[in-house]
Design a protein around this ligand. Structure first.
Ligand SMILES: Nc1nc2c(ncn2[C@@H]2O[C@H](COP(=O)(O)OP(=O)(O)O)[C@@H](O)[C@H]2O)c(=O)[nH]1
Ligand SMILES: [Mg+2]
Length: 192
């Protein structure tokens, strides 16, 4: 029997949703905090802890109490040991969520600019491509390398993943405006 989104009882969709995906420790919680300007997502040094989808209901238009945008923080994948297939390692509810969630307007895929492209990242991006799910790829921790090294790393990631990689730093705020623009473009969310 295949599992469905309905069986997993995701909360009813209230607004366009943006899902954040990446390997454990890629900097997802830090990025969410930097996007939201608030300590809303828990930053942890213990990878692989989050095993549920955390939904952040945002009200950017500020008119009324209904959310106009939802951020979905998905569990990290592919930490340590073997570079197993995402589907094998990820909790069973992830694939149905990505496949069936109607309100899902954009997937933000995080990759680390400090390391070469990882098999699990490739698998995720191929999967999203196959399913026709809109996504953007963000290269995290871009403050850790500079100049030519960063250019080289972004070029390698872009080539291997077959899609543009936006440099991002939760420490310096680099890429924050560009990512918000991409989110707005896909969700028609109001300006903060
Ligand atoms: N230098 C730097 N470190 C970062 C950045 N983002 C995250 N980190 C560090 O990377 C580690 C993992 O970050 P976290 O946000 O918890 O990753 P998550 O497991 O993907 O949620 C922490 O030690 C963070 O301080 C960044 O933009 N720049
Ligand atoms: Mg985290």
């Amino acid at each position: 029997m295949t599992s469905s989104a309905a069986e997993h009882q995701f909360p009813a969709a209230s607004a366009p949703e943006v899902a954040f995906l990446g390997r454990s420790n890629v900097g997802k919680s830090s990025l969410l905090n930097s996007l939201l300007g608030d300590k809303l997502a828990k930053v942890s040094n213990t990878p692989g802890r989050t095993q549920t989808i955390n939904f952040f209901r945002l009200n950017l238009g500020k008119a009324g109490i209904e959310p106009d945008l939802v951020f979905a923080d998905l569990p990290g994948y592919g930490y340590a040991r073997a570079p197993l297939a995402i589907v094998g390692e990820w909790p069973k509810f992830i694939e149905p969520y990505l496949a069936q969630r109607e309100s899902l307007a954009l997937c933000v895929c995080l990759v680390d600019t400090n390391i070469p492209p990882q098999k699990s990242d490739l698998q995720l991006i191929h999967w999203l491509n196959r399913r026709g799910r809109p996504f953007v790829v963000v290269g995290t921790k871009s403050d850790r390398i500079s100049g030519n090294k960063l250019v080289h790393s972004l070029r390698l990631l872009t080539k291997d993943l077959g899609t543009e990689v936006m440099p991002y730093s939760s420490k310096t705020g680099r890429g924050r405006d560009e990512l918000w623009r991409a989110i707005r473009r896909h969700t028609l969310a109001p300006v903060e």
